[in-house]
Structure formats: C-alpha cells, structure tokens
Design a protein around this ligand. Sequence first.
Ligand code: VGL
Ligand code: ZN
Length: 222
Amino acid sequence: MTDLTPHPLHDLLLVVDLQYDFCPGGALEVPEGDRVVPVINRLLPAFDNVGATQDWHPAGHSSFASQHEGKAPFETTSMYYGTQVLWPDHCIQGSQGAAFHKDFQLDACQFIVRKGFRRAIDSYSAFYENDGETPTGLSGYLRERGITRIFVTGLALDFCVFYSALDGRREGFEVILVTDATAAIDLDGSKDAALWEMQDKGVQMTDSKSILQAAGIGASGA
Ligand code: VGL
Ligand code: ZN
C-alpha cells in the first residue's frame, strides 16, 4: 500500500468548492455537503501544501438552466464543447452562495483557483475547463512548486472532485481521493459511475483516518 504520510514538499491537499451553494440550503445543495467541513479541517495540520478551488460564475452563466428556454435544472443540453448538465443558478461571483463555508479554515490555503468565470463554458475540473483543453494554469503552478501527489477532497464528488481527480492523473500527478472528505450530488447514479471511473483511471482511495494515522496525528472525535 502507498505510504500515506504527507510529504512536506511533494504532497498537496486540494479542497474543491467548499462553498455555501453546495451545502444544505444552498442553490445546488449536495446532500450532507457540510459534513465534510470538519473532516477537511482535521486534515489541514497534516499538510504543508494546501489549496482550494472556488466555483465562480458570472450572472447569466451558460451552465445555468435559466439561460436555456424550456430547460429545467439537471436536464442536459448540447454546447459547442459537448454535453452539459444545466444547473440551478449557483456560485455567482461575489454572492454569499459563492463564499467558502465559514467553518472551513480557509487561512490554511496557499492558493485559490477560481473556475467557471467564462460565460460560454463551464469548468468542473481544477485543471481544465469543460472543453478538456483550456487550462486553468494549476498543473504548471503545482509542477513549479514540486508537487507530485494530490489528495483530493471537497464537493461535489461526482462532478468537480471527479473531473479534478481524472485531470490530475492525466497531468501525471498521483491522485488520492479522501472518500470521507467528499459528498456527491448523485444524479442518475453519477456517484457510483464516478467512483468506478476514478478507480479505473488509477485514482487511489483512502479515508481521513488513515492519513491522520500515517501522519501521527491523533484521530480525535468522530
Ligand atoms: C459543481 C456543478 C456545477 C461542483 C460546480 O462543484 O461539483 N457541480 N458547478
Ligand atoms: Zn458551477
């Protein structure tokens, strides 16, 4: 089994989209999305390298069902770059829904990658927009910093976490999904499909307890 001890130079904890709109009561709520906040906070002391992504859409973003006549949220449409799920309006730049959950210890993050800011194209992955080829710049940044392995956490398991994990592999990083530090939207079995595909593409799986144990940090509480 892989040594899970976080390396001070080469390992990164990536926290995906820990924002109010993906938490219960938010515009695109992930069931029990807020449950991951304390889990991620507990992991922070084990990592010297920590960064976050933030879904950051302009009002009227093309991924919003409200922009497509006759379409309802969670239906799909065809965009120039492929099939796109249409979402409720969410994570609008500067709104409370786009803000990080207040209990998430954001101060531990060394960088924040904002994504989805171009009106015409959605961006699930931390690395590429949904055309699969427009980079966010994250791989170059991480490579320059000497990062080789990424522990992925956050929301939503079957969308932004999933695409970030796959693109991390595609970019040549080792990727480890921290299963109890994520939660899924689960549209039509998308959760299981995402887990299978990640495994198929070489994404490793672990849980927060195993990481804290390896790091020698007492796993306190639940
Ligand atoms: C996400 C759908 C739309 C996510 C973001 O963070 O998983 N999902 N925008
Ligand atoms: Zn979005």
